[in-house]
Design a protein around this ligand. Structure first.
Ligand SMILES: NC(=O)c1ccc[n+]([C@@H]2O[C@H](COP(=O)([O-])OP(=O)(O)OC[C@H]3O[C@@H](n4cnc5c(N)ncnc54)[C@H](O)[C@@H]3O)[C@@H](O)[C@H]2O)c1
Length: 255
């Protein structure tokens, strides 16, 4: 019974930032679970490689280059998903970027706008096009990637903290607006995940010790450990989960 509900055969899943890290691991997991996967990523080659990996394993996938900070790009990605696979059932709004590390007064206006444009406005653009497509399709499930930085502040990254707190607010607002129309919107709040985003921290011994000090399990998670939660929230195993935020952080925000 539970296994059947984890079968995404016949469903179309759109993933932004799907070429690397958490997005890539989740795209592969959805592919394995039978979904038709549409990957939107900035990097054409890496995105294409993930799509090919899914197809080599017997799945269905397509890739389109997208900049989520551009509304037209995001609309094009959703239209591509619908045209290619006949509808949209699940969306994982996961593309994200970090500002340079620095106190608030050291953050530039440009870094503020760039971070907000991708991490928050990109999610707004994604939601509005995805929800329209899902309303045409009888409903769907959307998962936004926030962060523990959407629940608590980390030092040195104020634009990111503001954007990720915004993603959580946007998630709740969208969940309420469409709760009676078959659409669920939830957020995940990962702690440290071993992806290219945190390579710089992990390769710097001092920074590595600092960030591992935040982790009760004294480790970072692998991207594959995040994918299971996304599939659960996308699946028919979670029909009453809506407007929720799931920390997935090894206990980082438990104290
Ligand atoms: N790695 C962590 O420790 C961690 C922790 C909490 C939350 N997150 C969040 O997880 C998500 C995925 O990050 P990740 O850790 O897998 O790192 P990552 O760098 O591997 O993935 C980020 C992805 O977003 C894409 N992207 C960035 N700007 C984009 C744009 N303008 N348009 C389209 N795509 C764009 C990148 O190309 C990349 O594929 C992000 O939202 C990030 O903020 C990561």
């Amino acid at each position: 019974m539970a296994q059947a509900k984890f079968d995404f055969t016949g469903r179309t899943v759109l993933i932004t930032g799907g070429s690397t890290g958490i997005g890539r691991a989740t795209a592969l997991a959805f592919g394995e679970a039978g979904a038709s996967v549409v990957i939107g990523s900035r990097d054409r080659d890496a995105g294409e490689q993930v799509a090919q990996e899914i197809e080599r394993a017997g799945g269905k996938a397509s890739h389109l280059r997208v900049d989520v900070s551009k509304d037209d790009d995001v609309r094009g990605l959703v239209e591509h998903a619908v045209a290619t696979f006949g509808g949209l059932d699940v969306a994982f709004n996961n593309a994200g970027t970090l500002p340079p590390t620095g106190s608030l007064t050291d953050q530039t206006v440009e870094d503020w706008h760039r971070t907000l444009a991708v991490d928050l406005t990109g999610v707004f653009y994604s939601l509005r096009h995805e929800i329209r497509a899902m309303l045409d399709n009888g409903g769907g499930s959307i998962i936004n990637t926030a962060s523990v930085a959407g629940l608590i502040a980390d030092p040195g990254m104020s634009p990111y903290v503001a954007a990720k707190h915004g993603v959580i607010g946007l998630t709740k607002a969208a969940a309420l607006d469409y709760a009676t129309q078959g659409i669920r919107v939830n957020a995940i709040a990962p702690g440290l995940v071993r992806t290219p985003m945190i390579d710089g921290w992990m390769n710097d011994p001092e920074m590595r010790d600092t960030v591992l000090g935040y982790s009760p399990q004294q480790r970072v998670s692998e991207p594959e450990e995040i994918a299971g939660l996304v599939l659960f929230l996308a699946s028919d195993l979670s029909p009453f989960v809506n407007g929720a935020v799931y920390p997935i952080d090894g206990g980082q925000t438990a104290h």
